[in-house]
Design a protein around this ligand. Sequence first.
Ligand SMILES: *Cc1c(COP(=O)(O)O)cnc(C)c1O
Length: 347
Amino acid sequence: MKPLNQLIRQNILSLKPYSSARDEYTGGEAIFLDANENPFNSPYNRYPDPYQRELKEKIARIKGIAAEYLFLGNGSDEAIDIAFRAFCEPGKDNVVAIDPTYGMYLVAADINNIETRKVKLTDDFDLDTDGLLQACDQNTKLLFICSPNNPTGNSFKKEDIVKIIEGFQGIVVLDEAYIDFVPEKSFVHELTRYPNVIILQTFSKAWGMAGIRLGMAFASPEIIQIFNKIKYPYNVNVLTQKKALELLQTEQDMSDWVKVILSEKSKMKERLDGYSFVQKIYPSDANYLLVKTDNAKGIYNYLVNEGVVIRDRSTVTLCEGCLRITIGSEQENQCLYQGLDKYMADN
Ligand SMILES: *Cc1c(COP(=O)(O)O)cnc(C)c1O
């Protein structure tokens, strides 16, 4: 990896961040007349902790990593955007990403006027490690890998990911949004060995908190400090911090939910196998199935009419004819099967 100060944009390196009232006084209980807050309507009258210290301590304990390796944002989408603003000079730098993958990398790149070089997965949805490394040049700052990958559902081999991390001069962004659905270990514990990695995780999937908008980035303390300089001072609001702390007390719920979702996933796979319009169900390590059909658009529209909404991914690279179906509750999945039974009878 290149030294960090050659990867970070000059203006960000020299940036003196906004210093909020809650930055300057970090002690405990006091009478706060420093931030022009309203003294009434507690606790919502107060600005949140800009560094979410209590919440980070709690998450760090759960993840088994020190809190200074952790950044929290308004969804992991915030961390994606900040990575662009930290490392990529608009109009000059570029990023490399697997294709197909999560759509936000490209959108964030476009917003920041950064070229994205897409490198197709193999026909089995595996990483083309040589292709990814060959797509990089001196101005490639970020390389995006998502594992388990959205929408293909598969995880990549650890040795392939390591090969890319070791062969790339810039920062590898490894998106682990679906890691809680797989038995394999997160890469979080390897961060001390690989300082050029940013790992993204989220509370939006297995943790059941998409509505509160809370995402995590794990990286070296040096990178986390850069992220903290760039973010809005109060990027995670009081309600989100409180609710997350509350929900994290019931960690057991999350693993119970995951068990139910995984068992529903095998049931759904079996059920879908029985439909003649299903050509292939790809192996999935996530909470959705990618299903190749003979009429993606027709099935999608039919189900919408039945009140069941799935995702038509048939125009995505390597996903011709494919639908992506999220695993719901047993009851929700029953509604899907009823809709599909009806489609079968009608077609
Ligand atoms: C759903 C998803 C996310 C989550 O984004 P949030 O902003 O945290 O809700 C991130 N990456 C991938 C690949 C996803 O599918």
